[in-house]
Design a binder for this molecule. Structure first.
Ligand code: SF4
Length: 298
């Protein structure tokens, strides 16, 4: 790397962190009284659900189950009901499995090493790195979709990153992460926040960006996305996922097991409904009794 590029990267980091100091959202999982467990729960919820929907669910969740031990002991049906409409409810099951593993392996304390975190159910590279940085203030390379987009634009000069996370992106993110624990954790939070609030996917607010003058994509004239044809768009209407969502909503509402025949009114395509129900049972999100009635797992 040239001296000029190294200087530019240092300026990018300091510009983004300064902006973050003034502009960071006041989120409960960032509050001084947050717990490592609260951070871990927030990261699982935020994986596929926007902040605005996560915040009230997170508060209610931590009120009900303030520690891993509390969640580990909860009836699974209550856990799935509390997950409510956050979507992708397998995350709720995994979070409860994770809580049980924390109790069994770590005396109920969220572990503070990458290897121990990644050995927990549902915790991958990103979540382990985020917990290390945001719960324990340790240096880790935290790369979510927002960070990928910011780095693609500012440093690589492309509209969006490749459809899948690449080794080159990991190397770049590692190189940009400051050496000190506190500085690295701050950079992680700041670069994520910039992607979430300013350098957004569809309409980046370059006029309000603290590093607009350093942005490679902008200085190249904002060329279009080279991977546009390869990106998957996630359909929802008419999919098995939508059918599964309808069944789960019904089971969450029900106080008694629901006759399978009654679920037929929820969906127009009986074969697709059968497939959705079979998938829910297979995933452990629903159980079927001998009388052909469905209910949430106990
Ligand atoms: S100038 Fe625009 S594209 Fe570049 S980092 Fe800032 S918001 Fe993103």
């Amino acid at each position: 790397m040239t001296v000029r590029e190294a200087t530019r990267r240092t300026e990018v980091r300091s510009g983004v962190v300064r902006w973050f100091d003034d502009s960071a959202r006041d989120l409960p999982w960032r509050a001084p009284d947050r717990t490592p467990w609260g951070v871990l729960v927030s990261e699982i919820m935020l994986q596929q659900t926007p902040v605005v929907r996560v915040e009230p669910a997170w508060r209610a969740w931590l009120e009900q189950w303030p520690t891993p031990a509390d969640l580990a002991q909860a009836p699974t049906a209550d856990v799935l009901r509390a997950w409510g409409r956050l979507g992708y409810p397998r995350r709720a099951l995994r979070l409860q499995e994770c809580a049980k593993a924390i109790v069994e392996r770590h005396d109920g304390v969220v572990p503070r090493t990458d290897a121990q975190l990644r050995a927990l159910p549902g915790i991958g590279e990103y979540t382990a790195a985020a917990v290390l940085a945001f719960a324990y203030g340790k240096r880790s390379v935290v790369v979510d979709t927002n960070v990928r987009r910011v780095l693609a634009r500012v440093v690589a000069g492309t509209a969006l990153p490749a459809p899948s996370y690449t080794a080159a992106e990991r190397a770049l993110a590692t190189a940009l992460t400051p050496d000190g624990d506190a500085e690295a954790a701050r950079w992680a939070a700041a670069s994520m926040e910039l992607g979430a609030l300013v350098c957004t996917a569809k309409a980046p607010k370059c006029g309000a960006c603290p590093v607009a003058g350093l942005c490679a994509w902008r200085s190249a004239g904002s060329p279009p996305d080279a991977h546009a044809g390869r990106r998957r768009t996630q359909a929802w209407a008419g999919t098995d996922r939508q059918a599964r969502g309808r069944v789960m909503a019904e089971l969450r509402r029900a106080t008694e097991p629901v006759d399978r025949a009654l679920l037929a009114r929820l969906w127009h395509d009986p074969r697709q409904l059968d497939r959705a129900i079979a998938g829910l049972v297979e995933d452990g999100l629903a159980e079927q009794d001998d009388a052909n009635r469905l209910h949430l797992p106990n």
